[in-house]
Design a protein around this ligand. Structure first.
Ligand code: F6R
Length: 241
């Protein structure tokens, strides 16, 4: 594991963007794994800037997002489809056909998970996976007690996750209680992983991820076994290391 402690959110975002942009410059048809939430917003802003300055093009890139809420349509403002369009895709030259996000409205969820996993395999796996981390140590929506061998599947969200994510909704009752998420196995098969964390709220989870024992109680701890992980965090997130 490479652990980079930087001054602040801005520096974290810029470092992550240089890594993603380098990946795409070296391999223009890269397969990127993408995350949502607050953490990667600065990274996406920076990628948009690099694209506008013609330093990188995403024309041939394919992307697979980690997760999507069950029951939210693509045009629902709380859906991760909507988030990705607004915060990244509509500002860069991604081919919309190359964008993959689990379909939270699929009629048959089990089939949707199998389809998603198969599509990742057909693309020969993810070259670089961007991750955030939950206060409970989740990656994607792989909540504590996860089975490490899980592929893309339907998950029940933890109470803690529902509470933390309620900040994006009008009320806690509106937060979906289930989501489709890549599994730990899917994530572990990515060739490279970049995990981003900022703020004191992530300090415990980060300390356990890096120094704790590998346990399904802290899903991100499995990353200790990945061959190419870079964790970029600000000083606050690093404060319990
Ligand atoms: C998002 C995802 C989650 C978030 C995590 C941190 O696609 O899979 O694991 O990365 O919940 O969220 P933020 O960045 O909002 O603190």
């Amino acid at each position: 594991m490479r652990v980079l402690v930087v001054e602040n959110y801005d520096e974290m975002s810029k470092k992550a963007a240089s890594m993603v942009a380098s990946q795409v410059i070296l391999k223009p048809d890269s397969i990127l794994g993408l995350a949502t939430g607050d953490t990667p917003l600065g990274l996406y802003k920076e990628l948009i800037r690099l694209y506008r300055e013609q330093l990188v093009s995403f024309k041939e890139v394919k992307s697979f997002n980690l997760d999507e809420y069950l029951g939210l349509s693509k045009d629902n403002e709380q859906s991760y489809h909507y988030y990705m369009m607004e915060n990244l895709f509509k500002h860069i030259d991604m081919n919309l056909e190359n964008i993959n996000i689990p379909d939270g409205m699929a009629e048959n969820i089990e089939e949707e998970c199998i389809r998603y996993e198969k599509k990742i395999a057909e693309a020969c796996g993810i070259d670089m996976q961007v991750l955030g981390i939950g206060t409970n140590g989740h990656i994607g929506f792989n909540e504590p007690d996860i089975k490490f061998e899980a592929e893309t599947h339907l998950v029940n969200l933890d109470e803690e996750t529902i509470e933390v994510n309620s900040r994006f909704f009008q009320s806690i009752g509106e937060v979906p209680t289930q989501a489709l998420s890549m599994g730990i196995k899917t994530i572990m098969h990515s060739k490279k992983v970049i995990l981003l964390a900022y703020g004191i709220g992530k300090a415990d989870a980060i300390a356990k991820t890096i120094r704790g024992k590998i346990t399904p109680d802290l899903p991100a701890s499995i990353l200790q076994l990945h061959r190419d992980v870079t964790i970029i965090m600000d000083k606050a997130a690093a404060s319990k290391l």
